[in-house]
Ligand binder design. Structure first.
Ligand code: G
Ligand code: G
Ligand code: MN
Ligand code: NA
Length: 255
């Protein structure tokens, strides 16, 4: 509970403790960037960096989750506007939780921020997980429909690890599938994982969705991935998450 109190205080009065890092997603065939994923980072004054997964676990069932997501939305849209001002049209993805999908306030928050900064909705994508869709499926689905109507992208994150993945593909207006890193990382050792990645890529193609492999850590995995027809990837092999103001220089080095 101390952690949650400290985090709320960080959001409200010690803003510099909470930052976003951005991890590039690229085409493995052309090297071109297709976007970045925003990932929350909190440096606790006493404990140092707090693992985001740990923070989310305690925040998810509280009102602090909404504060966190509001902050992420504000910062991501502002960052995309800043990149645009610097001549860089880059799509950014942000993660939301079950609570955000249930409440649905994120749609109006995004709409207001996009309008304020003059950012086209296509430059934002919201990442949702199958488990986040589970808690109250009809409310969560309604939020996803409204996000799509706003014109932002919607990615299904951690694909294949949740419940009833294929139902979501049928019912939701998605733009992207993110193939979970457990399958991607497993390809080197396990031919079943490679088969799952290959099938997911084919499925995405048939449905007109982007498929992005997550957690590409080494050259061997990159080559295995090429064999499955998956061309889009994110992972430590490409780049670690980095502060937003480092992204333009990173991109310039790739060109
Ligand atoms: O970046 P890292 O490995 O610490 O992320 C751990 C987990 O936290 C991942 O599942 C990621 O999706 C999630 N995560 C990272 N940033 C955010 C965020 O801003 N909001 C939400 N809801 N989840 C996030
Ligand atoms: O659940 P989600 O896919 O949003 O989680 C993204 C998380 O994965 C982030 O915490 C990010 O730091 C982490 N990540 C990104 N690339 C790699 C990678 O190549 N290997 C591993 N192990 N984690 C990664
Ligand atoms: Mn994600
Ligand atoms: Na994921």
């Amino acid at each position: 509970l101390g952690l949650l109190t400290d985090f709320r205080q960080a959001l409200e009065t010690k803003r510099e403790q909470v930052t976003l890092h951005y991890q590039p997603q690229v085409s493995l065939t052309t090297g071109e960037p297709i976007g970045v994923e925003a990932l929350l980072r909190w440096r606790h004054p006493g404990r140092g960096p707090v693992p985001t997964a740990e923070l989310l676990q305690v925040a998810e069932h509280t009102a602090v989750m909404q504060l966190l997501t509001t902050r992420v939305i504000d910062e991501v849209v502002q960052q995309v506007a800043q990149w645009r001002a610097d001549g860089l049209n880059l799509r950014a993805s942000l993660n939301v939780s079950a609570r955000d999908l249930h409440g649905g306030e994120i749609v109006d928050q995004l709409a207001r921020r996009l309008a304020l900064h003059g950012v086209p909705p296509e430059l934002i994508q919201v990442e949702i997980t199958e488990s986040a869709l589970m808690s109250d499926a009809s409310r969560a689905h309604a939020t996803v429909e409204r996000l799509a109507a706003l014109g932002v992208g919607v990615a299904l994150d951690d694909f294949g690890t949740g419940y009833s993945s294929l139902q979501h593909l049928r019912k939701l207006p998605l733009t992207e599938i993110k193939i979970d890193q457990s399958f991607v990382g497993g390809m080197a050792r396990n031919s079943d994982d490679a088969a799952i990645v290959r099938s997911t890529v084919e499925l995405a193609r048939a449905l007109g969705l982007r498929a992005v492999a997550e957690g590409v850590e080494n050259e061997y995995t990159r080559q295995m991935l090429a064999g499955t027809g998956c061309t889009l990837a994110q992972g430590f092999l490409v780049a670690r998450p980095m502060p937003g103001d480092m992204i333009p220089a990173w991109l310039a080095r790739q060109a």
